[in-house]
Design a protein around this ligand. Structure first.
Ligand code: ZN
Length: 219
């Protein structure tokens, strides 16, 4: 089933283009994987074929080693952006939601050791469960939202969007120096600490403050 955007629970006639992502945008997460905190944002892209709805069942590969959850604030764009200012980015944001940047961690570690790109570890079909989005006008300050992920009723990730190294507006402005962003594209803004492996049967519950909640079971 193809992923489709929902905004305020209504289907949005705007196909997903691509998903732009940033690595190590929360210092505590960089430290937990023994990575240095970067000076410039580390960017990578997941194609639209990586997206699935963050509901019901989320399938992970069974034969590729550990698959880690990374819960992230997702930003839905409604306008074209290139070499954008922060004001232009602000005006282009349609809504906010939750994304899981699913990562085949063992494979990623091997690719990193060999100096190879990360796509096989992060951009496979199903590697990006996305929630529905909430209109930006409903959110006072997207830069101070709690992000929480429970796995089998235990808190695994608990962060706050206020802890991003590069905040949302400068991050997206930076992305547009390299990539044109189009209406329907989504930006994932990095994960707080607490990433760990998922197993079939795990029950996931994610919350963005009291604005948004989604649940799924791992298969
Ligand atoms: Zn991530």
């Amino acid at each position: 089933m193809h992923y489709a955007h929902y905004l305020n629970q209504e289907p949005l006639n705007l196909p997903l283009g691509k998903i732009l992502c940033v690595g190590r945008n929360y210092a505590a997460h960089a430290r937990e994987l023994n990575n240095p905190v970067p000076t410039d944002p580390i960017l990578f892209i997941k194609p639209a074929t990586a997206a699935v709805a963050f509901q019901d069942t989320i399938a992970i590969p069974r034969d590729q080693g550990q698959c880690h959850h990374e819960l992230e604030l997702a930003v839905l764009l409604g306008q074209h952006l290139k070499n954008a200012t922060e004001d232009e980015v602000q005006n282009a944001i349609l809504g906010y939601g939750l994304g899981l940047d699913l990562t085949l961690r063992d494979l990623q570690s091997r690719l990193k050791e060999q100096g190879q790109p990360w796509e096989k570890a992060k951009s496979w079909d199903g590697a990006c469960p996305l929630s529905g989005f909430i209109h930006g006008s409903a959110i006072d300050d997207p830069q101070s939202l709690p992000l929480t992920l429970w796995v089998n009723d235990q808190v695994r990730q608990e962060g706050n969007t206020g802890d991003m190294t590069t905040p949302i507006l400068p991050l997206i402005a930076y992305m547009t120096r390299y990539f044109s962003l189009e209406p329907g594209d989504v930006v994932l803004t990095g994960t707080p600490a607490g990433v760990a492996a998922l197993a079939p049967g795990d029950r996931l519950r994610a919350e963005l403050g009291d604005l948004l909640q989604c649940e799924a079971t791992v298969a």
